[in-house]
Design a protein. Structure first.
Length: 391
């Protein structure tokens, strides 16, 4: 193929690969795809190869069952079959949480599971109530909203039309356990129901939520503490897991940094190119139509090469600078020359030249770009090659 012209800026290409199954040499398969890119003139120094976490975890055979989850929950919270367990602030997702909840409930098949939901939405924007529901009833964040107060005509998810209260109750009852669901934004309210142990189920605020329980001496773990050791495991525990077939859950990939490093080392040795590598999950994208924040993973990148860690994308605010130069009467040709010269200089983060350009982690931006390009449907491109991003 012809090399990409110099006038093309940042670009991202979805690279097709074959089917990945448990036991696949994922590093070898990615390197083979990058070798094809190199042979066609598509691979350059400074590119970034982004591998979706899903195929890495599948190649690692990183699957657990609901019984694996149940056993780990019982052991770590020291529960009996008839214990009462509390689950605080789970997200509303069939793919991301329904099977986790089933595993938790299976830990207490003769007991009870108390689920506390936040309102009017979960932490990633999935609505459980109309936004003005609490206000109209004089409820504050610390007040409990019961199912009786909500009534039988429940609010359905605005996209999927799922009644998540009914769904989560049914999932619990399938295991034999009793189900209790209520809504409240104060996590410690669940202690009114006297659970024998609590699982903090939110994702991005899990440390702050768990700390409130630990400061009060309560028996508490987070989703990250479950399935983070054993035959199938991830340092992320159940965070970043996805529904698989049957009663199996696919965990996030384990030790993703090592996968990224191995690909980078092979490309350097065999192809003579220095690239960076990311193992990515959900992009940090908020849907402007629904308000749903698509980042159900703990972070956009599960692993990366060292050259990306702690690196930020920042630069000149071109819109401001062009307007400023035009106002000063500078001709168009000279503006272009001035901008090229300014790019070679360094500037403080709080100076006028960079005003309005918020520094962001390159790993978050590139993982988000890769996720938008690859999607989660039938694109068949688990490898994304990003060019021109790192300068």
């Amino acid at each position: 193929m012809t090399r990409i012209p110099d006038y093309v800026g940042v670009s991202a290409f979805g690279i097709k690969m074959g089917v990945i199954v448990p036991g696949t040499d994922i590093v070898g398969m990615v390197c083979e795809a990058l070798a094809r890119c190199n042979a066609d003139g598509l691979l350059d120094d400074g590119d970034t190869a982004c591998i979706t976490e899903s195929v890495v975890a599948r190649a690692q055979n990183n699957y657990v069952t609901i019984q694996d989850i149940a056993a780990d929950v019982r052991r770590k919270l020291k529960l009996e079959e008839d214990s009462r367990i509390g689950v605080v602030f789970p997200i509303l997702s069939r793919n991301r949480f329904s099977l986790i909840l089933k595993g938790i409930a299976a830990a207490v098949p003769k007991g009870e599971v108390v689920v506390q939901l936040s309102y009017p939405a979960d932490e990633v924007g999935n609505q459980i109530l109309p936004y003005d529901f609490a206000e109209k009833r004089g409820k504050t964040n610390g007040d409990i909203i019961t199912l009786e107060e909500i009534g039988e005509e429940r609010f359905l998810h605005p996209i999927t039309n799922v009644d998540y209260i009914a769904l989560y109750e049914e999932v619990i009852k399938q295991t034999g356990a009793r189900a209790r669901v209520f809504l409240c934004n104060d996590p410690l309210k669940i202690m009114d129901y006297k659970p024998d142990g609590v699982i903090v189920a939110n994702i991005h605020a899990r440390y702050r939520t768990a700390q409130k329980f630990k400061e009060n001496g309560y028996n508490c773990i987070t989703l990250q503490d479950i399935c983070n050791e054993g035959e199938a495991w991830s340092e992320w525990g159940l965070l970043g897991s996805n529904l698989s077939s049957g009663d199996r859950l696919k965990l996030a990939p384990r030790e993703a940094d090592k996968v990224a490093d191995a690909v980078q080392a092979w490309v350097k040795k065999e192809l003579g190119k220095h690239i960076e590598v990311i193992v990515y999950g959900d992009g940090a994208y908020k849907d402007p139509s629904t308000g749903i924040y698509e980042l159900a993973d703990p972070q956009p990148a599960f692993g990366m090469t060292k050259g990306l860690r702690g690196r930020y994308r920042e630069g000149l605010k071109y819109k401001y600078l062009v307007d400023k130069m035009l106002e000063e009467g500078i001709e168009q040709e000279r503006i272009e020359e001035e901008l090229k010269a300014m790019k070679r200089d360094s500037y403080e983060k709080d100076c006028f030249e960079t005003e309005g350009t918020t520094p962001r982690k390159v790993e978050d931006l590139m993982a988000s770009l890769a996720d938008l390009v690859s999607g989660s449907a039938d694109a068949g491109t688990p490898l994304i090659l990003i060019k021109g991003f790192l300068g």
